[in-house]
Ligand binder design. Structure first.
Ligand SMILES: CCCCCCCC(=O)SCCNC(=O)CCNC(=O)[C@H](O)C(C)(C)COP(=O)(O)OP(=O)(O)OC[C@H]1O[C@@H](n2cnc3c(N)ncnc32)[C@H](O)[C@@H]1OP(=O)(O)O
Length: 180
């Protein structure tokens, strides 16, 4: 099935913000995180940017592949805001096309290509040198829709309790739910 943008999805151009302050991908409170910033696009698509920091190295002066996969994962996960669905990564297939030096800004774009029941298929690319620069990484993913219980049941109690007593976190979580 073709993906459908939720009527209450953020408008094209709007910054999506972090879904959780401690998130390694997007959280502002995570010192060594990616601090990835995503912006809604048209349809069920978005763009995002992430600048490779020294803490993200694998080889000297180069981004770690797992960090680049994290940036793709986070970008693809941000598509949840546009579907207003809570979903987690089930499968992430990554192509590393060219090395990405520290200091580089990765220009990412992602879109949902199909939805089948709880399964959400999506694809993303990361370019260097500008939004129209050469592709450095790309990924295809399968996200699976879950209920909030997925996190409550599996997350460490300490963080779950802190999140559940934070009204701002509750508000952000609700932005993902079609029927809060
Ligand atoms: C709130 C947003 C946070 C965003 C952060 C960025 C995204 C992330 O990194 S999320 C963290 C990483 N991901 C995870 O931790 C997920 C761990 N995995 C799980 O919890 C479970 O395997 C889960 C929930 C994905 C699926 O389990 P479950 O709900 O029992 O579903 P299940 O019935 O097995 O599968 C549903 C369908 O998906 C398919 N599927 C599930 N996993 C896969 C897979 N890896 N590959 C292919 N198909 C799969 C199944 O075949 C099934 O298909 P069908 O409906 O056609 O039979």
């Amino acid at each position: 099935m073709q993906p459908v943008r939720h009527p209450d999805a953020p408008a094209p151009g709007e910054l999506l913000g972090a879904h959780y302050g401690q998130c390694f991908g997007c959280g502002g409170d995570q010192p060594h995180g990616l601090h990835l910033e995503a912006r809604a696009g048209e349809g069920v698509s978005l763009t995002a940017e992430f600048t490779v920091q020294p803490a993200h190295q694998g080889a000297p002066g180069l981004a770690h592949g797992g960090v680049l996969a994290s940036a793709l994962d986070e970008t693809l996960g941000s598509l949840n805001w546009l579907l207003r669905t809570i979903a987690v990564t089930g499968r992430l297939e990554t192509d590393f096309v060219r090395p990405v030096p520290v200091g580089t800004t990765l220009h990412l774009e992602a879109e949902v290509t199909a939805v089948a029941g709880r399964k959400i298929y999506s694809t993303a690319t990361g370019r260097v040198g500008g939004p129209d620069g050469p592709v450095a990484v790309r990924a295809d993913a399968l996200f699976i829709e879950v209920k909030v219980d997925h996190f409550v049941d599996h997350g460490r109690q300490e963080e779950i309790q802190a999140a559940m007593s934070d009204p701002d976190q509750i508000r952000r979580t609700r932005a993902f739910e079609v029927n809060p």
